[in-house]
Design a protein around this ligand. Sequence first.
Ligand SMILES: *[C@@H]1O[C@H](CO)[C@@H](O)[C@H](O)[C@H]1NC(C)=O
Length: 158
Amino acid sequence: MKLYGVVMILSMLYLPLADTQEDYWPVHTACDSNTIKVVYSSCDPIQDVGFTLSSCSDIRAQLYVKASILLRQSIDELYLSVELFHNGVSTMRHDESICLPNFPRFTFCGNRRGEMVTIQSSLPGLKIPLKGNYNFKIHGINQNGFQIVCLNATAIFQ
Ligand SMILES: *[C@@H]1O[C@H](CO)[C@@H](O)[C@H](O)[C@H]1NC(C)=O
């Protein structure tokens, strides 16, 4: 079982991160103030995704992000991969096991097909000056390598 998890993480690295066919779903606006604009779209061909930010005007405040997805397969295991581009250049890549069979970190781990999952996470208050465009690509797959979530979000600082 442990080996299986490792295989899944490795296979996730080969997911195409720069998918150009991203026009399945409309672009939503999560935030639009005079300092920051956050837009996002689902890059999953089958379902849209809901994504909200707790505060739009002051990103130095304690910030929460909330994403909601409807499960099309169970998530006994869930692996998330986040890639960050700054002004079009890949600057960070982070892979994380969110749910593992013997280590469910969140209450939604083990949820079944048809259930709604809401992931809420706090982000650290940002103190560094942010400039330009930050583009996030978030992919999540389950124990079968099935895509659970695919999100493309862009934060533009004005
Ligand atoms: C999706 O990603 C592309 C870069 O691959 C970016 O140009 C586009 O603005 C992004 N869309 C959203 C809604 O973030």
